[in-house]
Design a protein around this ligand. Structure first.
Ligand SMILES: [Zn+2]
Length: 363
């Protein structure tokens, strides 16, 4: 048998089965004829992955992006160039809801490996796997916001943040550039913290600069002959930072040290202002963890999203940004044209932190 690819591949898989085929836009799913429950969702995720990752990172060079189902003797998925092998146990036979959409998430993550892993192959050294798994999680966050909106993106980031909080080994954790998969806790650092750190760089650089940097990084490193580690990545992104000093400080703490903020709110008071048209919230904010990041504090009223995950028109918030070093505390004042019901830290889920659920107070 001879296989000829229309663009170079560094590895490939060979799978076979008696499948039905569903075709999308330059995509296809090979699936067991009885397992059609989630096929619409999966082909949508595959089409969106091909379209947006091509736009953001590099045009998909192969003719077809396909996904092939296999039995639940193992429950993982793995993205080889052009073909993602996907267990029936993690997508074809699972039930989704607004908060945990495993079908979409796993398809988006595995599709992202076409770019982060296949078109860009990391070097075989400490930190290298972050450019594959961390970038696949970051890409999933971006695609989730693009397709499903901000609530779904925030839920995904909160979920991997909680996993990092639960699974990390605080006494053994190493900086990202040293993580090599040999210690307990390395997996969540590679996937979850990694995804988050790339998400925070995206926030710091801004969308257009960050995506331009990622495109150049893949263009410069994608075809070898050398293969990049995280130090190559942070150097490649630096010219895209509008504030190089802030960028350097970010890289130092998140890539070369182990930090994670943990915010606490205390002594919250709301007072109506003269005239009865505005309210003032006064609250103490403390970084009980480590790291130093600009973070928003909000006074909010109403539910932000409806049951369907759409923005709720009755929701209001007002915000202030604070930057707190480890152990630092400051009093924040927020004036609003509505009576706030709660104060919370990081309403848009932009800064990785521990015990996020504790960084909220009812007023
Ligand atoms: Zn992966």
């Amino acid at each position: 048998m001879v296989w000829q690819s229309d663009y170079p591949v560094r590895l490939f898989n060979v799978v076979g089965g008696r499948w039905d085929v569903r075709r999308g836009q330059g995509t296809a799913i090979y699936y067991h004829p009885a397992h059609r429950y989630n096929i619409d969702e999966m082909i949508g995720a595959l089409d969106a992955s091909r379209r947006y990752y091509s736009e953001w990172f590099k045009p998909f060079p192969w003719r077809e992006l396909k996904l092939s189902e296999f039995p639940n003797q193992a429950s993982y998925a793995q993205g080889f160039p052009t073909d993602i092998t996907f267990s029936e146990g993690i997508g074809f036979l699972t039930k989704s809801d607004v908060k945990t959409d495993a079908v979409f998430m796993v398809t988006a993550h595995e599709s992202a490996h076409q770019w982060w892993g296949n078109l860009l192959t990391p070097g075989d050294g400490p930190g290298g796997n972050l450019l594959s798994e961390g970038m696949a999680h970051f890409s999933t966050a971006l695609l989730t916001e693009q397709v499903k909106g901000p609530q779904a993106r925030m839920e995904f980031l909160k979920r991997i943040e909680e996993k990092y909080g639960d699974d990390r080994r605080a006494d053994a954790e190493r900086p990202l550039v040293k993580v090599d998969g040999s210690r307990q806790g390395d997996t969540t650092v590679t996937y979850d913290k990694g995804g988050w750190v790339f998400w925070m760089i995206y926030q710091q650089l801004g969308r257009e600069r960050d995506l331009a940097g990622l495109r150049k990084f893949i263009a410069d490193w994608g075809n070898g002959p050398d293969y990049p580690l995280l130090q190559d990545f942070t150097a490649a992104m630096r010219p895209f930072a509008s504030d190089p000093a802030a960028y350097d400080a970010f890289v130092k703490q998140w890539f070369h040290q182990v930090v994670v903020p943990e915010y606490r709110l205390t002594d919250a008071r709301v007072s109506p202002q003269p005239g009865g048209k505005s309210w003032k919230l006064t609250v103490k904010v403390k970084n009980a963890g480590t790291g130093r990041m600009p973070v928003e504090v909000a006074a909010a009223r109403g539910e932000r999203f409806t049951d369907k995950g759409k923005p709720d028109p009755g929701y209001r918030d007002a915000r202030q940004t604070v930057t707190l070093a480890a152990g630092e505390e400051r009093t924040v004042e927020i004036t609003s044209a509505f009576q706030p019901e709660r104060a919370l830290v990081d309403p848009d889920v932009k800064v990785l932190q521990l015990r996020r659920k504790a960084a909220v107070v009812k007023l």
